[in-house]
Design a binder for this molecule. Structure first.
Ligand code: BG6
Length: 488
């Protein structure tokens, strides 16, 4: 293959991704209600190897946060002020040549309490403006309906997604936005990283851990309700706009066995089966066989209603989207090994891999493994909607950020996507996570930066909020312009 040949198809969707709760800000503007993510305070990186532990919230901490005036100490409440600066940001995305831009809608901007009789027109109008701006620039919006934020009332008063009543409230929200943005938005994702409801039940499902006797059972019940809600939203999307394409979204947590000992292999296999349980339900339309034994072993009795199985079977997704940052390691006896950080939870350290400043394994080849495995298992199009490097960037005196480490990360991952495409995998697109610096989901840090666009704001929220181009900006722009042919 010559230097200028690319494995990427001509219609490959290159772009970037953010989430409302980490970028938008304006938490008390435009009629928006408080959400679960508004309750997660800032934490210094060194305080938490186990990120999920920090994201989990007690009822007392939620009530304290609700009483906390303003946004100091709660960076997700101000984000990077995308709420007011979206036009400027989209201008930069257009300069990068983005074909698509992944963002989420804040549920509590549309239904401030979650169970309001009418949607909030000001919130609906805000997203009209954003989508119009994107469409004007020829950038296809890719919209997540729920990305780690639900109206706080649904968490506190309904018990989050454990309550079956939340299904109807979500479906009404989904129908509202599907109708409103018909013709403006073609690509939809229902729940961001749906497996987070099991890993961190507050973040993913609005569950308050101390209220549950069997938290694992409550979490699987919550995710079951999300599966049903997602299937019903998929059905609604198809009837409202037959041209729309709906995907599920999984945090792919690939586990390697710590050794070739069959017991370690079995431990890793179970982790992978449980991770893929979510895509099994949303793509194949049914729970995998392993669920029965796993649920019995963990005293999990799912409450299913008549018709649930049919809803899941008949409304499977069009494509799988997923995040991939790192790989993990499993062992029959994990206590024997050292640990390191990871997305959402820590893991056994893999001696073959370097780690990021936050301790996450750097494993580009793992992305190829994941792509091939997904495609072998499901044979549906795949969309990498999150991948990127969280790093501390230093702005030089002349205003430049020399982020060669980020270029290296992206190059090595994009190369592996190219290899997977050559292996025969159908990949629809790639959206760089946090293409513009945003507040971190786990620690609410601003100093953990993922972007090719720098945002002048510190962990304490101070700064001009000016946007500037990092070195990686020019590099990614050229990758997109050459459709992945030039990665040097
Ligand atoms: C994913 C989430 O799990 O990881 C994002 O979908 C998040 O919302 C990303 O930002 C990176 O995690 P963090 O904690 O570094 O922001």
């Amino acid at each position: 293959m010559s230097k200028n040949e690319t494995p990427f198809p001509a219609d490959f969707l290159w772009g970037g991704a953010i989430a409302a709760s980490q970028a938008e800000g304006g938490f008390d503007e435009g009629g928006r209600g408080l959400s679960t993510s508004d309750m997660v305070p800032y934490a210094k990186q060194t305080d938490y190897v186990d990120l999920a532990a920090h994201m989990s919230r007690s009822e007392a901490s939620i009530r304290e946060a609700i009483g906390h005036p303003g946004s100091e100490g709660y960076p997700k409440r101000y984000g990077i002020d995308f709420y007011h600066r979206y036009a400027e940001d989209i201008e930069l995305f257009a300069e990068l040549g983005f074909k698509t831009f992944r963002m989420s809608i804040s549920w509590s901007r549309i239904f401030p309490n979650g169970d309001d009789a009418q949607p909030n027109e000001e919130g609906l109008a805000f997203y009209d403006s954003v989508f119009d701006e994107l469409n004007k620039k020829g950038i296809e919006p890719l919209v997540t309906m729920s990305h780690y934020d639900m109206p706080i009332k649904l968490s506190l008063e309904y018990g989050g997604w454990k309550s079956r009543k939340v299904i109807d409230l979500f479906v009404r929200y989904a129908e509202t936005i599907l109708n409103r943005y018909r013709g403006k938005v073609k690509y939809w994702l229902t729940f961001n990283e749906i497996n987070t409801t099991i890993i961190e039940p507050y973040t993913g499902g609005g569950l308050i851990a101390e209220r549950e006797n069997n938290l694992l059972e409550a979490s699987y019940q919550a995710v079951h309700h999300q599966f049903i809600a997602s299937a019903l939203a998929t059905r609604a999307a198809r009837s409202i706009d037959p041209a729309s394409k709906i995907g599920c979204m999984l945090a792919r947590m690939i586990h390697y066995p710590a050794t070739s000992d069959p017991d370690d292999v079995l431990a890793a296999q179970l982790e992978n089966q449980l991770n893929l349980l979510h895509t099994d339900v949303q793509v194949r339309g049914a729970y995998p066989a392993i669920a029965k034994r796993y649920f019995a072993d963990h005293h999990i009795k799912l409450k299913m209603e008549a018709g649930d199985e049919e809803i899941l079977r008949e409304n499977t997704v069009d494509f799988i989207s997923f995040s991939y940052y790192t790989s993990l390691v499993a062992a029959a006896d994990p206590g024997k090994y050292g640990v390191t950080g990871g997305n959402l939870y820590s893991t056994i350290k893999n001696p073959n891999l370097p780690v990021t400043e936050w301790g996450w394994h750097l494993d580009p080849v793992g992305l190829r493994v994941v792509l091939k495995e997904f495609y072998d298992r499901y044979e549906v199009p795949l969309f990498i909607v999150e991948n990127g490097l969280g790093a501390v960037d230093t702005m030089q005196a002349d205003g430049t950020v020399e982020d060669d480490y980020r270029i290296d990360y992206m190059r090595r991952h994009i190369e592996q996507i190219g290899e997977a495409i050559r292996d025969g995998v159908d990949v629809m697109g790639y959206t760089l996570w946090g293409a513009i610096d945003i507040v971190s989901a786990s620690t609410s840090q601003m100093s953990k930066r993922y972007g090719v666009i720098y945002v002048d704001q510190g962990d304490d929220g101070r700064g001009t909020l000016d946007r500037s181009r990092k070195k990686s900006f020019g590099w990614y722009k050229n990758v997109i312009a050459t459709n992945g042919a030039e990665l040097e």
